[in-house]
Design a protein around this ligand. Structure first.
Ligand code: BGC
Length: 399
């Protein structure tokens, strides 16, 4: 490996998630949240990028751009629309996508849970319910047979964000006792313990099941790495925040086959709470600091916590309307990865977030993270220069 090249089997590609691109995921928890009066979600996902129907076009683009890998998720709410009732048609739908990757020479990286669940699952108590892990494993068991060609399976996306967001929301809305936060001004409060427990148990149950049913697959989960740093005097806040939002979840990966690292920006703490030294007009469309070195810090930190578990960067990207900035960000991010890898950190691939301009959870369609633009009325895809640039990097395994 030279300074500017990745190993031959290094995977370069792009990532997506079902709810954000497929459209009309009407039986899911997030759809219900979008429809609620006064919802904190800024607009409904609607047809999203219509990838439920247009996935062959998307795979065609992935292949023709020269990407090695494509990460997408299987939507539990479509597979199991009612408790214990599995849709054969939807299982076949995702099987066609997996096979479609293989036919086009794309390595599929499949996520089994990316922030959304069937509505009926929420009614059982969701991840805080007593049967959460069992119910999740039952769904995973129903799709295990289609995962045989999938070398990388992520059970649950960003359990740390899910548990901390639910904890924060429950305390803010009086559904859990409001407690003074020992990290003043922290963006997210401590996780909801029952939810954290359910997610962890669900991950472990799914991993055991998949090891048995799909022994060739590497199984892990993906963790949002917030790159928590301390300005002078902020060390204690940073340590506390890092532990509760990240490290306790990372430690659950030590027996996994890989850990997915996802990083976008960073959080810096001073003695009085978060500090922001960057110029506001340089922030991304998410309002986040432009900090492409985040991914290097994230993989180094992950290595410190999980040891030698192989790392796959399953998300990294930037919400911007300036595509040259996307290229600059991504190039810096990849250079940082190369530095970390030169120091012996076992990184197996880099999946850019995201393939398509899509539905961004709370913020709607405004923050454009995509390598490919999507027309909001007829869903036409337009490849951006950054998408081609990343394809050249993939073809050359570097630059
Ligand atoms: C999530 C994605 C999301 C991205 C940008 C990650 O937390 O996995 O679904 O779109 O960050 O906010």
């Amino acid at each position: 490996m030279t300074d500017t090249s990745f190993p031959d089997d290094f995977l370069i590609g792009a990532a997506t998630a079902a709810h954000q691109i497929e459209g009309n995921n009407v039986n899911s928890t997030w759809w219900a949240l979008e429809q609620r009066a006064g919802s904190f979600v800024s607009e409904p996902s609607g047809d999203a990028a219509d990838s439920l129907h247009r996935w062959p076009d998307d795979l065609h683009l992935v292949a023709s751009l020269g990407y090695h890998a494509y990460r997408f998720s299987i939507e539990w709410a479509r597979i199991e629309p009612a408790p214990g009732q599995f849709s054969r048609a939807m299982i076949l739908h995702y099987q066609r996508q997996i096979d479609g990757c293989i036919e086009r020479g794309i390595v599929p990286v499949v996520t089994l849970h990316h922030f959304t669940e069937p509505l009926w699952f929420a009614k059982t108590g969701g991840w805080a319910g007593d049967t959460a892990a069992e119910l999740f494993a039952r769904y995973v068991g129903a799709v295990a047979h289609i995962l045989e060609p999938v070398p990388w399976i992520a059970t649950i996306n960003e359990p740390n964000m899910v548990a901390c967001a639910i904890g924060t929301l429950r305390r803010a809305t009086g559904r859990a006792p409001a407690e003074p936060d020992d990290v003043p001004g922290a963006p997210l409060g401590p996780p909801d313990e029952a939810v954290a427990h359910g997610l962890t148990a669900g991950h472990h149950a799914a991993r055991e099941l998949l090891h048995e049913r799909v022994p060739s697959a590497k199984v892990g989960w993906t963790i949002a790495n917030q790159v928590v740093q301390a300005a002078p005097g902020g060390e204690q806040h940073a340590d506390r925040y890092r532990e509760r939002i990240e490290d306790r979840f990372l430690r659950e990966s030590v027996r996994d086959d890989f850990v997915g690292v996802q990083a976008y920006s960073r959080n810096v703490f001073g003695p009085d709470g978060p500090v922001h030294d960057d110029a506001p007009d340089t922030r991304t469309l998410m309002g986040w600091e432009y900090f492409p070195d985040t991914v290097e810090h994230a993989v180094r930190h992950t290595r410190e916590v999980v040891g030698n578990v192989p790392i796959l960067v399953t998300e990294n990207g930037i919400a911007t309307s300036d595509d040259t900035r996307r290229i600059a960000y991504t190039r810096s991010a990849l250079e940082g990865l190369q530095r970390a890898m030169a120091d012996g950190i076992d990184v197996r691939g880099y999946l850019h977030w995201t393939l398509l301009d899509n539905f961004e959870w709370v913020s709607g369609f405004h923050p454009t993270f995509g390598l490919i633009a999507v027309d909001r009325t007829d869903f036409t895809r337009t490849v951006k220069p950054s998408a081609r640039w990343l394809g050249e990097v993939a073809r050359a395994n570097g630059w």
